[in-house]
Design a binder for this molecule. Structure first.
Ligand SMILES: [Zn+2]
Length: 283
């Protein structure tokens, strides 16, 4: 499932082909994805110019010249494909329509953006731009981990008195936006914090130390995604999935990478999801 860095990578890949450009043709091939698609979606998108392409948590938001905003959520398996791009050396012919191509947007310069989603856990919606932050999928989401609202004092205050494990607390989208299983495991390893510890029982010093680590883990992944963008465009126009090396995630049984630790990465299940950590250096 794409997490914040993957979604940000997709956004950055789409930005040059969508931002500032008009959608001249919209094709909507289903009435629904995870939820019903908006009424008259084709008409509402046709002729609209994309003024800005931004991200909130794991949602991509395209602000349109019509006063509406298109929300895009990749879900579990959603993919954005660019074809026919007139961007420098990267030129792809439009591929034949594929199974699961649910929404196709043709931009005025001939570029095509296709949303393909085999499992249909993705979502799209249209809303008034002025009301975007009140959309039901967005209104309860906490601050962006790379934004100014997420800082040491905030996190200390939000974790105070919580009995839930620190891992679950960091996955809680109301506390911080966009963190998922992979990057929470990675951040806790870097911070040397046992993911099973009660959030409210960590010292304020240790919680404060988590904030810059969370930011660094995400920033590094975004940078890795950015450097992969060119490769993916050259390959097949698909955005957002890149090779990335993890310290603990999906490394059960491997030797801990922390200098002089010598521990072995373990896996436990918390709230139905795998947690990877080093029992020796994460306390
Ligand atoms: Zn270790």
């Amino acid at each position: 499932m794409p997490e914040l860095p993957e979604v940000e990578t997709v956004r950055r890949g789409l930005q040059p082909v969508m931002e500032g450009h008009m959608i001249v043709r919209a094709e909507v091939n289903r009435p629904d994805l995870r939820f019903a698609l908006p009424q008259r979606m084709t008409e509402r998108l046709t002729g609209a110019r994309v003024l800005a392409l931004r991200r909130r948590s794991k949602y991509i938001l395209a602000d349109l010249s019509t006063g509406e905003t298109l929300l895009i959520h990749l879900g579990m398996s959603g993919r954005m494909l660019i074809s026919g791009a007139a961007l420098g050396a990267f030129h792809h012919e439009h591929p034949a329509p594929a199974k699961h191509d649910h929404v196709v947007l043709d931009m005025e310069d001939g570029t095509r953006v296709t949303f393909n989603d085999a499992r249909r856990f993705g979502a799209m919606d249209l809303m008034e731009t002025a009301q975007a932050e009140h959309h039901w999928l967005l209104r309860d989401i906490g601050p962006e981990p790379l934004g100014n609202m997420f800082d040491e004092d905030y996190l200390v205050a939000r974790l105070r008195g919580r009995n839930t494990p620190i891992k679950s607390a960091l996955l809680d989208q109301k506390i911080v936006a966009g963190l998922g299983n992979i990057y929470v495991c990675e951040a806790l390893h870097r911070a040397g914090i046992d993911p099973r510890r009660a959030a409210g029982r960590l010292s304020a010093t240790r919680v404060r130390g988590l904030v810059p680590i969370i930011r660094a883990v995400l920033q590094e992944a975004i940078e890795a995604g950015g450097s992969s963008l060119r490769d993916y465009r050259q390959a097949d126009g698909e955005l957002g999935y890149f090779q990335h090396t993890f310290r603990v995630y999906d490394r059960e049984g491997a030797t801990c990478v922390r200098d002089a630790c010598g521990g072995t990465v373990a896996r436990v299940v918390q709230s139905g999801r795998s947690t990877y950590f080093c029992p020796r250096c994460q306390r």
